[in-house]
Design a protein around this ligand. Structure first.
Ligand code: BGP
Length: 466
């Protein structure tokens, strides 16, 4: 591909890169003073919940191999890269003493990235509550909001001279869903009332971190990363439309509205009031949330949400769930990522961007995750060790075409980060599905090899399009 053959060209300075998280890549879970987080703990008490019994200590060894990995990032054309700081590596008990080895590690990573011309995008919380704080209730306890604010401040003070793009949370709704509604994260509770309090405290913590950042005047930007799942009604029937609207309020606007507009969606507040689930809110909270909205929004997009009106009356004795107001359904004949069980609907990415343009003041944003997890990629490895993942290239292109179109129509989208740079450990799914541009061969002590998609990604970034 030469510059002349580029059909989809992106604006000058577009951010090309990928995203990872600490728990999914670092390993070294018990080394150099790191404290335990909920993943270390959950694995200790219930290893059978993890695919093939593989836990977070066996991730891709980024802690030891970060130099080699950052070199590879350069080779696959990254000009930016998002990682998260492990709260329990930096502050082992979640509050109190800072771990000098943790500071040293993140300093090294940041300096190495900058030395390679790759801008660090740093996220403060990616599902990894320090265990000492989980013991007092995690996000359900307001004290944890204060602990998080202090942790965020520590990060800005230590690293903010070089890091100019900060994110308070990644997909804050996921710990709510996983930990307090649908049982796929520790502490595995099913408790709607607590889920709402947890979600509310997370929103508040984000606003407080933004406030702390602005007070330091470090001249960078701070945002949040949200997984947005556009909510499509089955039909134009008013009952289906209403169902989709409520699902949107629960799963998208619950975090999007306070983060960008500084207020919670009225539809959601109404339901919580009617059902008696309003969280405990202290006097000055709503003003803090109103005043400290994000500069920049990260959008993670994997799949749409197909919604229809409920066809049967909800069982009044079942625990309260958002699904009391709607049902999900799978649209027959849709393209699927069969490995993950997710519908592939490329236009969803465009619909999100246009919605942000039209209803959220065209906030500056970027695609902070999008990607394809595939099981059994080893069978595509050739004799030189390269995995031929043409489906991944196609997946990225198909989404980028819609991003490109949104730009033509005035979207303020500044970049695209793939999930993910190298194959990593994916929570309870461990190494089941591979997402990387670079493969990690577990049979060869984690040997890295750039996949076909990684080589293609380099040309994408060099040509600023395809
Ligand atoms: C997002 C998370 C990532 C990552 C990705 C892929 O929700 O931010 O941490 O894991 O999804 O999903 P999974 O690993 O569940 O296949």
């Amino acid at each position: 591909m030469t510059k002349d053959t580029v059909t989809y060209r992106f604006p000058e300075g577009f951010w090309w890169g990928s995203a990872t998280s600490a728990t999914q890549t670092e390993g070294a879970t018990h080394r150099d003073g790191k404290g335990k987080n909920i993943w270390d703990h959950w694995y200790e008490v219930e290893p059978s919940r993890f695919f093939q019994g593989v836990g977070p200590q066996d991730t891709s060894q980024f802690y030891e191999r970060y130099k080699e990995d950052i070199q590879l990032m350069k080779e696959v054309g990254h000009n930016s890269f998002r990682f998260s700081i492990s709260w329990s590596r930096l502050i082992p008990d979640g509050r109190g003493e800072v771990n000098p080895k943790g500071v040293e590690f993140y300093n090294n990573v940041i300096d190495e990235l900058l030395g390679q011309g790759i801008e660090p995008f740093v996220n403060l919380f990616h599902f990894d509550m320090p265990m000492e704080l989980q013991k007092i209730g995690g996000w359900a306890n307001r004290e944890v909001v204060d602990a998080y604010e202090a942790y965020a401040k520590t990060c800005f003070e230590r690293f903010g001279d070089r890091v100019k793009k900060w994110f308070t949370h990644n997909e804050p709704i996921v710990p709510v869903e996983g930990g307090y509604l649908y049982d796929f994260h520790y502490p595995n509770e099913v408790d709607f009332e607590k889920a709402i309090q947890v979600g509310y405290h997370t929103v508040l913590s984000s606003a407080k971190a933004i406030r702390a950042y602005k007070q330091l005047n470090q001249g960078g930007k701070i945002g949040i990363i949200l997984n947005l799942t556009p909510s499509y009604p089955r039909s134009n029937h008013p009952a289906d439309l209403k169902a989709a609207k409520i699902a949107d309020a629960f799963f998208n606007r619950s975090f999007l509205d306070p983060s960008v507009k500084g207020e919670f969606p009225e539809e959601l507040v109404q339901i919580l009031k009617e059902e008696g689930f309003m969280p405990i809110i202290e006097e000055e909270d709503l003003e803090i949330i109103r005043q400290h909205t994000v500069d920049l929004l990260g959008v993670n997009y994997y799949q749409p949400r197909r919604v229809k009106a409920k066809e049967t009356l909800p069982n009044p004795d079942a625990p309260f769930m958002p699904e009391r107001y709607f049902d999900h359904y799978a649209m027959p004949g849709r393209k699927m990522n069969v490995h993950r069980g997710w519908e592939i609907y490329e236009k969803g990415i465009y619909d999100i961007l246009i919605n942000l343009k039209e209803h959220y003041g065209n906030i500056e944003c970027f695609i902070s995750e999008n990607g394809m997890g595939v099981e059994g990629e080893e069978k595509f490895r050739d004799e030189n060790g390269v995995i031929h993942d043409d489906y991944r290239i196609e997946f990225i292109q198909d989404h980028l075409k819609w991003v490109h179109r949104a730009i033509q129509e005035g979207s303020n989208v500044k970049g695209y980060h793939l999930w993910t740079f190298m194959d990593n450990w994916s929570w309870a799914n461990a190494y089941k599905n591979r997402y990387g541009l670079v493969s990690v061969n577990l049979d060869k002590n984690g040997e890295r090899t750039i996949k076909k998609s990684g080589k293609w990604y380099k040309t994408l970034s060099e040509n600023n399009g395809f």
